[in-house]
Design a binder for this molecule. Structure first.
Ligand code: PNS
Length: 174
């Protein structure tokens, strides 16, 4: 028998967070209003070329969610549902920005449900002002020293500046 209601309610917001944006923060903070505990889980994904290390992404997330007492930040290197079992979490929270997100998210939610029917995926529509926002867009702007102050918290802006300055030193073409 499927147990729908779990107490405390523990939700996981999984993602790459390379780096965290105001769009992510919007979803995480709204999820923190709904669930007893929210775990922001950074995927340690070796197949994806990331700008920030997992440690750096976790650090930035901790800094920008410090004001949210029921949010914790972690990383994982496993199937999401296995990680969720370890954490006794039953809800995956994802943000949906546009129709273009839908197909991929439907596939992920369906696969996760097939792997474990006790786990539900909840979608939150991104707030309108962040509907165009992604980590990739932020990285493209920051790489060419464009303004990202409306897109990411200050700590992330500084980290982007430092990262691109360091990369520029190693390889001036970056
Ligand atoms: O921010 P992203 O890159 O869109 O996040 C994708 C993420 C981390 C949610 C997704 O890749 C994931 O859950 N990966 C873990 C492996 C897994 O469980 N895959 C689902 C079954 S194929």
């Amino acid at each position: 028998m499927k147990k729908i209601k779990h107490e405390p309610s523990v939700a996981v917001c999984p993602g790459s967070f390379d780096p965290v944006t105001y769009g992510h923060l919007d979803i995480v903070s709204r999820a923190a209003e709904v669930f007893d505990k929210v775990i922001v889980a950074v995927l340690n994904n070796t197949s994806k070329q990331a700008l920030f290390s997992v440690g750096e992404r976790v650090e930035l997330l901790r800094e920008v969610t410090r004001h949210l007492p029921n949010v914790e930040v972690d990383s994982f290197d496993d199937l999401l549902i296995n990680y969720m079992k370890d954490k006794k979490a039953h809800v995956i929270v994802k943000g949906l920005r546009a129709v273009s997100d839908f197909e991929y998210e439907l596939q992920m939610a369906s696969v996760n449900r097939k792997l474990d029917e006790e786990i539900e995926t909840f979608f939150m529509m991104s707030s309108n002002q962040y509907s165009y926002l992604s980590s990739s867009v932020v990285k493209q702007i920051a790489r060419f020293k464009g303004p990202v102050n409306d897109l990411v918290p200050e700590a992330v802006e500084k980290a982007l500046d430092a990262k691109f300055a360091a990369l520029q030193k190693i390889s001036p073409l970056v």
